[in-house]
Design a protein around this ligand. Sequence first.
Ligand SMILES: [Zn+2]
Length: 218
Amino acid sequence: MQKIDLLSLLFPKKCILCGKRVNNIICNHCFVAISKQNLFHLQNYSHQFFQKHLYMFSYEGEIRKIILNYKFNNQSYLLDYFVEIIIKNEKICRFLKTYDIIIPVPIHKKRKNERGYNQSELISKVIAKELNIKHFTDVLVKTMNTTPQSSLTKNERFANSKNVYKIQNIQKIKEKRVILFDDIFTTGATANSCARLLKENGVKEILIFTIAKDILKN
Ligand SMILES: [Zn+2]
């Protein structure tokens, strides 16, 4: 949390959720309120390349505000909040630990350089360490710098996400149970493209794990 204390010297000391003047980006009251909700939402899928989707929040309201800040406003320190929410949730941790590997949905090298980080990778890396699960960033790679999914319609998203990922080092994933981590699940097009590659290359079972699910787009 040291990082946040430093930043609070540079930025106005206001909770981004309730506006209250405090020393953190999110005040204690709001953080506790968020963590106390039921965050374990599990859906089963039978017609996709992945079997299950676990998510914590609906992509709306305050959560949407935090994720957008995290993703686009270079506020990667917000990751501490998400990590803390995940790590402190016993039910989620117990479930994630039944898997062998966690892989973040990759972004293109060019975009990673522009942004300075892959927001999903920052989170999955810490989760992997905390839960003692393997974390691989050299298995799934994004080969084309496509239009961001957020600017497209549902049909365009499926076309946009086809053939833009490639897989390597497949010996690392053979017969394994894999968690594919991303920040938001919208239509599932990205998740399914990645899951397809994993499945076709020997992965036994795939869980999609996201911070939020865009209920309106489903
Ligand atoms: Zn607050």
